[in-house]
Design a protein around this ligand. Structure first.
Ligand SMILES: [Zn+2]
Length: 683
């Protein structure tokens, strides 16, 4: 995973064939107030627990809607964006005048075939029959690799991950990259943890896999049960050879460029020729192998495990990938396991799942229509202005850092000057001309869309990096920093209230969108991002002394967050969340400084809702992170999400900020004021 985003939510999380969330109520979101006073709990002192002060009212009067694993500001905005997409797609689906082969026709057809639940019931398992027949014929390691390649192209998680991206040490060139994968549960930790909750979840997983295999008619109940157990054994072996998320945060630990011959030498059990022949990549001579140990282990498993186990494994992954779109017995069982993982109570309405599926498959075709309706040139101009203001503050602060030597400082300034800012939507859109979308089987449309997407990405291997590409679609409520392109990217979907509200005062907008921009800017200088240079190469440009000083300060943040409880007795993982916590802290600091500049030379703004501008800045941040999670989902996130829970994204950084202490007149001993000795000072 190259990209550092703001938030893991509805659209970015990987789990078992599921999509999250559903809309509790249709219709446009009402005009958003700059600050929602009913959200406050003024009986809680801001210096005791600011998250509670800012959001306690909302927390007490808000229920998580039944079809959601969590609910908060991000969800509310995303629901609004989905309502826009829904209207666009309904119109496209009815537009008989849309040009055949054009984007609008494809959008309408894709969405309409998705909405046709009656066709899904009638088709039964027919859409998967070609794949299941091919899997039944797999009788050698070579055939296994060729079939895994086909399934990967169609969107299934079979054996491992294979992708194309900028070479981390030669960032102008696209290379192939192979990495660990092939699991059905959301993370390797689900297979390796020995606590009773994890043990129980694995049993539930086996039951679920068996049920899906049985419903798919691939065997009797007893066959399916035995097969599910063997699948768990196989996946546990893959998990045991996989790196943890914390280990993968070190970019050097996942960079092992080698020739295909060298890869073959460490993994002789894997038929690489057959794999590359089937995956549809241009000739690959060298590639980055993110986890060589994983491929050594996979090689042994392919050689040693019975081919029957592998056929069951492939069947499971193809059924899991398309289960949500098959006839209701399979779709319902798929949802049942989503409930186990996330705690959701109800299935989402079909239109909502279909709008998301279209965003996944044809994101830049749909995105063009979305921005035409929901994103003005004026909004783009204002967002860009804010980005420039933040970059200017960051530059001034780099000049003044007392702990950084001039050698490192010059490199840091060069890096900052090299940032690319992407706002709203791509300048050049994906050309979907070669993608066939047809009436009939929706599963077939999804497979073709995945094959098209994989194909166009892999076709870039060996070519110069195309710097116009985006990693998120325009309606996405999220943002990211990409270290290999040294770019910050803000989709139109997040440049909306409450993050960015044209009707709000600057204080609220700088505390919301300003701090989000600061967050992404800072990722280029967090514990992972700082290891890349101005042009996106993984290269150590720090003096040893400056690097040591950085690490000592970062350790304070690790220790701080490791002390917070996420859910039950589970603590936040201070190492997993370090990059995000650093980004929040510094993002807030530079956004605050940029906000202060807006006050210079003007009359002092009056109180609004009884708060000073400085106080409203922090309230802006707190209301962006207003949210609550079901316990099951919180347990899932603590394993996989590099972001801290909302309460700590508010209280964690603010309790390190002198600016916050001053704004609310906090005193030593208040929980929101951490002692000077443990406050990190980095940028
Ligand atoms: Zn982030």
């Amino acid at each position: 995973m190259v990209i550092r985003s703001l938030f893991v939510g509805a659209v970015t999380i990987a789990c078992v064939g599921c999509s999250h969330g559903a809309s509790p109520a249709r219709g446009p979101v009402p005009a958003v107030q700059a600050l929602d006073r009913t959200s406050l709990d003024t009986t809680c002192a801001p210096c005791r627990d600011f998250f509670e002060f800012a959001n306690g009212g909302w927390l007490s009067h808000t229920e998580i809607p039944a079809a959601f694993p969590s609910w908060g500001s991000f969800n509310q905005l995303y629901e609004h964006n989905l309502d826009v997409l829904h209207d666009l797609l309904e119109a496209a689906a009815k537009d008989n005048a849309a040009a055949p082969g054009g984007n609008r026709r494809k959008l309408g057809t894709f969405y309409r075939t998705c909405m046709d639940s009656a066709a899904a019931e009638t088709a039964g398992l027919e859409p998967l029959k070609p794949e299941l027949d091919r899997i039944a014929a797999v009788s050698s390691g070579a055939a296994l690799l060729a079939e895994a390649a086909r399934l990967q192209r169609a969107g299934a998680r079979a054996l491992f991950a294979f992708a194309a991206g900028p070479d981390a040490k030669h960032s102008t060139e696209v290379i192939a990259e192979a990495g660990q994968g092939g699991l059905g549960l959301p993370d390797r930790d689900y297979y390796t943890k020995t606590d009773s909750t994890s043990e129980r979840l694995r049993q539930q997983y086996v039951t679920h896999v068996a049920r899906m295999l049985e419903l798919a008619g691939t065997g009797t109940a007893d066959d399916a049960r035995a097969a599910a157990q063997r699948i768990l054994t196989l996946e546990s072996a893959l998990a045991g050879a996989s790196m943890t998320r914390v280990q993968q945060r070190d970019p050097n630990a996942v960079y092992h460029k080698m020739t295909v011959a060298e890869l073959g030498a460490i993994s002789p059990g894997i038929a690489w020729d057959e794999y590359f022949g089937a995956v549809g990549a241009p000739a690959v001579t060298a590639l980055n192998v993110r986890q060589p140990d994983f491929f050594k282990a996979l090689s042994g498993l392919v050689r040693d495990r019975p081919m029957d186990d592998w056929r069951w494994y492939l069947r499971w992954h193809v059924i899991a990938r398309f289960g949500p779109w098959l006839a209701s017995p399979l779709a319902n069982e798929d949802f049942h396991f989503e409930q186990t993982l996330t705690g959701v109570k109800e299935q989402q309405p079909r239109w909502r799942r279909c709008a998301e599926a279209t965003d996944n498959a044809l994101g830049e075709a749909l995105g063009q229509e979305y921005v035409a309706h929901a994103f003005s040139p004026e909004a783009k101009r204002r967002a860009l202005e804010m980005v420039h203001n933040l970059e200017s503050v960051m530059e001034d602060r780099l000049h003044g850092l007392p702990w950084m030597g001039d050698t490192t400082r010059q490199q840091a300034l060069t890096k900052l000057a090299g940032y690319t800012n992407k706002i709203g939507y791509p300048d050049r859109w994906v050309d979907y001309g070669a993608l066939r979308i047809e009436p009939g089987s929706f599963v077939a449309n999804v497979q073709r869309a995945n094959e098209f997407d994989t194909g166009r990405r892999l076709a870039e291997i060996g070519k110069p990096v195309d710097r116009t590409r985006w990693g998120m679609t325009p309606p996405t409520v999220n943002a990211y920093y990409n270290p290999r392109m040294n770019e910050i990217v803000f989709p139109a979907g997040i440049l909306q209230p409450p993050f960015f509200n044209p009707d709000a005062d600057d204080a609220i907008n700088y505390g919301g969108m300003g701090a989000v921009i600061g967050h992404e800017l800072t990722h280029g200088f967090d514990d992972a991002g700082r290891q890349y240079d101005a042009v996106g190469n993984l290269r150590d440009w720090w003096t040893a002394a400056d690097g040591d000083r950085f690490k000592a300060q970062a350790q304070l943040v690790v220790d701080q967050f490791a002390g917070y409880t996420a859910v039950d007795t589970l603590r936040v993982n201070g190492r997993l969340t370090l990059g995000e916590n650093l980004a929040d802290l510094n993002g807030l600091r530079i956004a605050y400084a940029a906000f202060e500049r807006t006050l210079v030379g003007k009359p002092r703004p009056p109180l609004i809702d009884g708060f000073t501008p400085e106080q409203r800045f922090f309230l802006g941040w707190a209301q962006v992170w207003r949210g609550k999670y079901r316990d099951e989902y919180a347990r899932l996130l603590v394993n996989v999400d590099p972001h801290s829970p909302p309460r700590w994204r508010v209280n964690g950084p603010l309790s390190n900020m002198t600016e916050f202490r001053k704004a609310f007149a906090c005193n030593p001993g208040d929980a929101m004021l951490r002692p000077d000795s443990v406050q990190p000072h980095i940028w």
